[in-house]
Design a protein around this ligand. Sequence first.
Ligand code: HEM
Length: 276
Amino acid sequence: MEHVLIPFLEVYTPIALAIAAFGILYRVGTHAMRLSRPSFPGMATNLLDAPPKLDWFTAVWKAISFPVLRFNVRANPIIVTGVIFYHLGIITISAGYALSLLMMGWHFALGVTTVPDISTGEAISNNFSYSNILAIIAGNGERLQSEYLFGPFATAFRVITWPVVISALFGNTLILFTHLRGRGGAVLNDIDKAAKNIRTAGMFKLSHLLVTFIVYSVIWTEILSRLEIVHGIVYLHAVLGVTLILLLPYTYLFHMLYFPVGAYYAARRWRERYIA
Ligand code: HEM
């Protein structure tokens, strides 16, 4: 019998992708409009004893590590540990999905005209529906899909990505724990001597809890489909994954796409010594 989520995915996927594409264009467009009015003049040219510019590598490292080491890790080590382990996981997992898409394109470029049908378990089919393509990409850690995508490297792909999934689960559990307790942004320890005994309770944000909960569920569906415990759970994985794409431009998830831009501006401020 056809899985109940398959017809849903056929309708939901194109709608969600269209809404996400609109949001991404809107946000990139508003950014482009802001760029037409530059507000960042660079280092003053007539400074006496101007500090030398930083090289790009140092500037990027400072932009990413300085606030974390100087502030976050002291203020709230639990969520920082979570965010670090979670990002080790999600960045590799996202790279795995991108690689899977590339491999699929590569197969087509080489003249392969079939895909496995995940709903029936057949290795060769003409099922190019949204739900099947998503089940191949989202289920790249399962046997049938990984053998189609990576051929002789399938086992290596599955083995290498297991620790990454565990890292994402561990990290995300700490993030979820923090948001459930309404401790996002909390200061739980002394940051430095000047801020001794200063504490803030943090705040509960429904949008963060919701996104984190969806991400948490995605990781569990990934684990259950890899273990091949619950038949067809890869379709739930796909529904949740498409939901995250839908939310991408409208929530803080946008940083998944925009982090190079954010890192560029932050690093440029370091490089020009706007930050001492
Ligand atoms: C400079 C790079 C990045 C920084 C500073 C950064 C920072 C953060 C922070 C602080 C959070 C936690 C938000 C919260 O719940 O309070 C977060 C969440 C998240 N990040 Fe990043 N991130 C970066 C790059 C990326 C990249 C490259 C990806 C994916 C390819 C990514 C995917 C995510 C996802 C999916 C979440 C949601 C996790 C959850 O709430 O369960 N991030 N990021």
